[in-house]
Design a protein around this ligand. Sequence first.
Ligand code: SF4
Length: 229
Amino acid sequence: MSSDHPLDAAALYGRLFRAYGPQDWWPAETPLEVVVGAVLTQNTAWRNVAVAIEEVKRRGLLDLEALLGAPAASVKEAIRSSGFYNVKYERLRHVLTFLAERGGLAAAAALPGDTLRPELLAVSGVGPETADSILLYALGKPFFVVDSYTRRLLARLGHAWAQRCPYAEVQAWFTQQMPPDIAQYNEYHALIVQHSKVHCLKRPACDGCPLADACPARLPLQPQTSHDV
Ligand code: SF4
């Protein structure tokens, strides 16, 4: 494989899947937990979100009616570890109200995705990444999730445009090459996240990367020093 010809979406998926295998995403026990995680993970590391979700569970609040009915102070205290908790409380409340108005998560999941997506995007504080995460991982709709890992990886693989163009264009790069498939879209985003945590970090660890032979941005092997042994 020459790095003069960037990997297409199917080839990239194949390599990531062969390297990392099934990811069994989203890391949540229920669709509601996915929704809560998708809102709380905005601008923070997942480990902080995990602490917040555990606290929500410990307080018996991981339930749509319970979360909407609980005192604001109690919910804010539970999600404090996720940062910006006042803003996130309001966003969470907006999203949960949206779902409650549609009869709950199961009823919302029965609605067409193309109807739900624009309505969800109209909810205050919900951008396309949050909307698509909820649609794909909580409601089972085939929308491809694009995040900063996705943009960085594509750019390093020779698709420099991915760092600067709108969300919809990066998403379309995947969906125009791979037809809507809930399971595959689910797996693909999870694999990009896994790859971005194992190899394609902010400072990439290119040694042993399963994409290295197709990556123009790969770093040369670091010479071994006496400190390495
Ligand atoms: S070779 Fe390096 S920069 Fe390229 S995808 Fe792999 S880890 Fe990222």
